[in-house]
Design a protein around this ligand. Sequence first.
Ligand code: AMP
Length: 384
Amino acid sequence: MSHQPVLSTHVMAVRWFHGKITREQAERLLYPPETGLFLVRESTNYPGDYTLCVSCEGKVEHYRIIYSSGKLTIDEEVYFDNLMQLVEHYTNDADGLCTNLMKPKLMEGTVAAQDEFSRSGWALERKDLKLLQVLGKGEFGDVVLGDYKGSKVAVKCIKNDATAQAFVAEALVMTQLQHKNLVQLLGVIVEDKSSLYIVTEFMAKGSLVDYLRSRGRSVLGGECLLKFSLDVSEGMEYLESNNFVHRDLAARNVLVSEDNIAKVSDFGLTKEASAIQDTSKLPVKWTAPEALREKLFSTKSDVWSFGILLWEIYSFGRVPYPRIALKDVVPRVEKGYKMDAPDGCPPVVYDVMKQCWHLDTNQRPSFRKLREQLEHIKAKELFQ
Ligand code: AMP
């Protein structure tokens, strides 16, 4: 089956999850009464907790779901890793609730992630996947080495429902992207409604930042550093030409393949240009000042981060702005402060970094220009 991009913005991990709605709205949604009809909402009284609302003999019961140390519980006796498992449990057995869960109240205007991934040819079979060993911890849960029909793959396994939707969003973005310098999505598995997996190509040499730190100056020559820089610029040029903004470009989010190709990964925050989001979780040292200040994310804010990433590459994985307290970084940067060139960094490469750090976004080069400049530097190096 051919792969099509999944374009819908209403693809939901679970359709009985209605987000932040009030108790009254939930009761209206569960009308007319039908015993066993249920939905889950975010608790308005206890932020971070959820509420299970169940219709039972003409009345709606609201059960608080407590979220504590990564687990969910209603009765503080039985604990679940995610809402899907909780719903499955109470579907099979009322276990103290007024009734067992019989019929989900589906959120209107949404489609189920499972159906959408199957329809577009991205659903893989769970039976073809063997999970082998944990590779690392990601924002959404563990990343595990897997074997899919005899090939090594990386598998992101979901942690809980608070992130299920972001997890689906990441997979949705990935269905639309294909380039040699972007980590390739192979498919998605939705298992028994309770587990979600994103399967991508396996990047044997791990994250670029760890790669740079572990090998260091004695192993990695200038040619290699320039090659990584070029690889990333090509991946980013592709995102730029497709109007995608990454928002979290950093050496920790670039992975290195067996044959030393650097590829951009972690599309958790990637959005088609223009959508705004919560800035509180952003990595301050990598994010452009206008993005931190006014939520103005654009390809040009990715260019700023690319400059920081170049600095990381040429300093063999140092943390940017060394010796400056985190709280002082933004005020200094806003006044025009720029990091010095890393030790041994060629002046032509440092010049590229500084172009990325123009406070005026219009003065920053495009990724196409950056890629051309880096190619030029490479050509010159070859003739030296
Ligand atoms: P992430 O959630 O993407 O930040 O991944 C967390 C960690 O898991 C990374 O720093 C890598 O060490 C590892 N990892 C993620 N994706 C892959 C992959 N495709 N191949 C190999 N290792 C990976």
